[in-house]
Design a protein. Structure first.
Length: 573
């Protein structure tokens, strides 16, 4: 009996132990489930908060912890190390309606009074809109960039809801200078438009960029180019201007400007309107600036050998079309006279004898049938005449009509024409000495030498005289082309261009200055052509940038044009 009792007791104990274990396991499972539910709820709340901030677009792009841990965006400098774009710590103005707690009003003063005091510090703010925003209790940025003295004035208002977080900001110390080269950084931290976009990955990765990334730009040359273009544009009330300074031996862009410009420090609606780059993205019929290129092709092919040969300068009739000069220049002209006086008829006859196949191939070799070669993302596609050029098209292309390219195309072509005949792509990157690309030969060296003489003669005796800066041996060609419209060319709208190089005895730089729709004003003697508005820009610019670039004025040197002087009456006077 005692044994049975003992066995029953043992069995009952086992049952109790199993029951206890089951209860413990069930409770552990419920606890794990509750913990998982709590974590899921926290995650859901966090996700909803992220979505709210994302859709509200009012949250700071980075936390202060991220700013402390992540390296700032890299610096962009000019070729000499001058900063063009850099990251720096800055204040922002953030409205935090919960600064005084969840209960009660977020502001001590009335929203209207706070808005009025903020507008006295930041006049660009809209007072009514700001007051409405403060009254709504909606958190977010009021202003992204605040100067230290402005931050002190905000603190004096005495509102805890007006917070001043420190963030890493992108700053362009040169202001609007070089805006189309640099572009800007958007709120998402990525570059837009210019080299900020091109170099975006490198600038955000310290391992790829090093301390900074130098461009080919020289900030001193850039400033001078923009200044003279702006002066020229305003003097003749032009709607826009474009210019470039290019190293003829390396393809490096020393300066590139498109006006009107924008300020990358403050992107607004007007700034977005002016982001279009006239140098690399807009194509134009550049008129008579093409004549030296056509003559160079003819010299290269042996069509022009005897420069004393007289060419018929009477109007050229092709079918129902007639090619004429802007004014009567005589019944016949030699090639130097034709370039000096900018004769359409003689250039057309030279191109006719050269033939469309050879002229077309020269234009292809100069890259005129493709987007311009440069790293900038905005690159316009030329209006190319197509595969087969009829006789009339060949003639009109020879003097810059029926083909539309960017000013950068023209700059690279002129560099090839004067540097010994080698075409190289333009670049915004600084090239180390001896590292220039080999390029491709377009013209013979002898042809390039002859073109340097002819371009110099145009600046001394022809339409480019207003660009002839004493001592700098400038050579170049004017171009004034009517802009095409819906019903043919618009005689009231011109594109005026001067394409130049200096010094012509040893060319080092090409300079292009272009004005879009200049007007005849007192400053241009009421003339609208390039000889009176674009050429003077180059004439003022070259003496400013020459010494900076190592080219000093020297009246004892010049390209030798003695064998061509007897061929033109102006030189014999």
């Amino acid at each position: 009996m005692n044994a049975l009792t003992a066995s029953a007791a043992i069995q009952a104990g086992r049952v109790q132990l199993v029951t206890f274990r089951r209860q413990s396991l069930t409770m552990a499972r419920w606890r794990a489930l509750w913990v998982a539910l709590v974590f899921a709820l926290v995650a859901l709340v966090a996700i909803m908060r992220i979505f709210y901030l994302g859709f509200a677009d009012r949250a700071p792009s980075r936390t202060s912890l991220e700013d402390a841990l992540l390296p700032p965006r890299g610096e962009i400098t000019d070729r000499n190390g001058q900063p063009l774009a850099r990251a720096f710590p800055a204040y922002a103005l953030w409205y935090n309606p919960k600064a005084l707690g969840d209960e009660g009003t977020p502001l001590v003063k009335s929203p209207q009074q706070v808005a009025s005091e903020l507008v006295s510090i930041f006049p660009s703010l809209d007072e009514a809109e700001l007051a409405s925003r403060l009254a709504s209790g909606r958190a977010g940025y009021i202003r992204r960039r605040v100067l230290p003295e402005e931050a002190n004035r905000v603190q004096e208002i005495g509102e805890l809801a007006l917070e001043m977080p420190r963030e890493t900001d992108r700053h362009y110390p040169q202001g609007s200078m070089g805006a189309h080269v640099l572009g800007y950084v958007a709120a998402d931290g990525h570059g837009r438009v210019g080299m900020e976009q091109v170099l975006d990955k490198q600038l955000n990765d310290p391992a790829l960029r090093g301390d900074s990334i130098p461009l080919s730009i020289d900030v001193r040359v850039q400033g001078a180019l923009e200044d003279e273009l702006r002066r020229g544009m305003l003097a003749v009330s032009a709607m826009g201007a474009a210019g470039i300074v290019l190293d003829v031996d390396t393809g490096e862009v020393l300066a590139l400007a498109s006006l009107p410009e924008f300020d990358p420090n403050r992107i607004d609606e007007q700034g977005e309107k002016y982001m279009f780059n006239r140098v690399t993205n807009q194509v134009y019929e550049l008129g008579s600036t093409f004549k030296p290129l056509s003559v160079a092709a003819a010299i290269d092919a042996g069509v022009v050998r005897d420069f004393s040969k007289r060419w018929n300068a009477e109007p050229v009739k092709v079918g129902r079309f007639s090619i004429k000069d802007s004014h009567f220049m005589g019944s016949s002209l030699n090639v130097p006279e034709a370039l000096i006086h900018s004769s359409n008829t003689v250039t057309a006859r030279v191109a006719d004898e050269l033939g469309p196949e050879r002229l077309r191939q020269t234009m292809i070799d100069l890259g005129m049938n493709e987007r311009p070669y440069i790293e900038l993302p905005a690159r316009g596609f030329p209006i190319w005449p197509g595969e087969d050029w009829p006789r009339l098209r060949n003639m009109t292309v020879s003097y810059g009509h029926g083909i539309a390219v960017t000013p950068l195309h023209l700059a690279s072509a002129y560099a090839a024409m004067v540097n010994g005949g080698i075409w190289r792509p333009a670049t915004m990157h600084k090239i180390e000495p001896g590292k220039a690309p080999r390029g491709r030969r377009v013209f013979k060296a002898s042809t390039s030498s002859r073109m340097r003489q002819l371009l110099r003669m145009i600046a001394v005796y022809g339409t480019g005289r207003n660009a002839n800066a004493p001592g700098y041996r400038v050579g170049g060609k004017t171009g004034s082309a009517e802009k095409p419209g819906a019903n043919g060319y618009k005689k009231s709208s011109l594109v005026s261009t001067f394409a130049a190089a200096f010094p012509m005895d040893r060319p080092r730089y090409v300079v292009i200055a272009m004005l879009d729709e200049p007007r005849g004003t007192v400053a241009s003697s009421f003339q609208r052509t390039a000889a009176w508005n674009a050429a003077p820009i180059v004439g003022r610019l070259v003496p400013r940038i020459g010494p900076i670039l190592g080219v000093r004025p020297d009246n004892t040197r010049d390209v030798d044009i003695s064998d061509l002087k007897p061929l033109i009456p102006e030189a014999r006077k």
